[in-house]
Design a protein around this ligand. Sequence first.
Ligand code: ATP
Ligand code: ZN
Length: 225
Amino acid sequence: MLDRTRLRIAMQKSGRLSDESRELFARCGIKINLQEQRLIAFAENMPIDILRVRDDDIPGLVMDGVVDLGIIGENVLEEELLSRRAQGEDPRYITLRRLDFGGCRLSIAMPLDAEYQGPQSLQNSRIATSYPHLLKRYLDEQKVRFKSCLLNGSVEVAPRAGLSDAICDLVSTGATLEANGLREVDVIYRSKATLIQRDGEMSDEKQQLINKMLTRMQGVIQARE
Ligand code: ATP
Ligand code: ZN
C-alpha cells in the first residue's frame, strides 16, 4: 500500500510531456530514478512518489483525489472537465501553474480542395476528433450543427478514408496535416502543459512541500524565459 503521507504526483509515462516533466522535477531538486518500467517511482531525497501513467488518466486521477498533483496538457484536462460535466458531475481541481512546455493548438483542418469561409462552412458536416466536447463547445458558440466521428488515433486519415469531411486535431508544426492533404482552417484551443492539484484538504507537511516545489519551479521557469 502506498504511503498517503508522501506527496503523490502523476506524470505521463512516455510521450510528448514526459521528458520535460522529468526535467522539471530534476531542476526542482527532486531526485527520482525513472529508469525502470515501473508504475511508481520514489524520490530519494523528498517524501514524493511519482505515478507514471497515460496522460488521459491524469485529470481523472486528480479530480478523483487519487493523486495530489498532476502535470497534464490543458487540452486533455479541459476535455475531461467538459466530459464529466456532461455526465452531471461537478469535477474540481486547482490550477497551480501553467508550464512552459507542451505547447500545441487544437485546430480544425479540411482537405486542400474543400472550401472554407469560416465556421459556417462546417454546417451539418461530419468532423473526426478525439476532443468531441471541446469541438462542440466551440461550434455551439458559432451556432454550427455538426456530427462528430470519435477517433482516438489516426484522426488525420479520416477525410481520405471517407469517414469525415473535416478533422479537429492537435497541431504543432502542421507537417502531419500537410502529409495528409489537409490544411488548418481554424484554431479552436491553445494549450500548454499545466500543474494541477486535487481539491480538498491537504496536510500542512504536504502543502509546505507543494509551496516549496512551486517556488523552485518559478525560479526554473523564469531562468528559461
Ligand atoms: P499517452 O500514451 O500517454 O496516452 P498520447 O499519445 O495521448 O500519450 P502525446 O502525443 O504524448 O499523447 O501528447 C501528450 C500531450 O502533449 C498532448 O495532449 C498535448 O497537450 C501535448 N502536445 C504538444 N505538442 C503536440 C503535438 N504536436 N501533437 C500532439 N500533442 C502535443
Ligand atoms: Zn493520451
